[in-house]
Design a protein around this ligand. Sequence first.
Ligand SMILES: Cc1ncc(C[n+]2csc(CCOP(=O)(O)OP(=O)(O)O)c2C)c(N)n1
Length: 327
Amino acid sequence: MPPIKRTKFKLSSEQLLEMFYWLKLIRAFDLRLSTLVKQGKVRSGVYTGIGQEAIIVGTCFGLRREDFICPLHRDLGAFLMKGVDARTMMSQMFAKATGLSKGRDSALHSGVNELGIFGNTSMLGANLPVAAGIGFTFKMEKSDNVVIAYFGEGASNVGDFHEALNFAGVQQLPIVFICENNQYAYSVPLEKTMAIDDVAIRAEGYGFEGVAINGNDVLAVYQAMQGALARARGGDGPTLIECKTYRWHGHSEHDKAFYRTDEELAMWKSRDPIPTFTTYLRARHVLDDAKLKEIEDQAAHTIDDAVEFASNAPDPAAADAVTDLYA
Ligand SMILES: Cc1ncc(C[n+]2csc(CCOP(=O)(O)OP(=O)(O)O)c2C)c(N)n1
């Protein structure tokens, strides 16, 4: 098995700024949701990914519409990057008729086939065999589309994870497995669930490469992703990328996360993916104060507009509870 090579990539100033915008937008979306849930406006559990945005931006940036993503409960930003409008996404969280599922699920389980988004399943890890199935379809169709399958380090301990990786390895499927290792599975720290340091090494047992990277460095994530995408599109099979990160909030917004220390949180906040990337963009003279303000205003406006739209959107009609059913 050839070792994973450093993939060269070149991003224009415009692309770098676009990445920056997505980081800002996804952060703003989750921050606003955190406030809205306290105001009783959200009709769903809210599992923010604040602190983890670089993984979503680094993996979704530049994907094709036909590539499929299998996002988790914490990955609402992936929906936005794959093409779901912020108004629709906010409506979804408000369980309004204008949301993806028109108010018929607990907000986190909808998918959009036309945009290549597979709806998340509640059972941890259960999305991974489905991702393998989508990858198998791509292989049978001889297309060079790729499946991006997200999972937490907690989910990497369930059987579905191992079955999916085994099948993907045997069949050399075009899948990139993205582990969002945020150190905790609900209240359980990873050292209590895993006897190894890196989830990435699990890939080797299934015959393909795994790498563990800094998941708070958007360019490191992008670079690893570009290598994995090239291999998958070229018929060289799956890759596992383990992105080390941290979720700033509790497991969900009702979890005060008393099981971790202030020091630990402070340490990870000092590794916030956004200021790091800001420093880089400023050093490259891609970003200045005016551009920063413009991007922040644009993100804030998009969120304000989405909240206003969703607040005024109609509730689902009772009669619609039995439409869109398939047997
Ligand atoms: C099979 C299964 N067991 C338990 C749960 C309850 N549960 C939901 S999320 C979660 C923690 C998930 O941790 P991880 O996979 O690391 O993802 P994270 O939430 O940290 O992003 C648990 C235990 C579940 N949904 N499915």
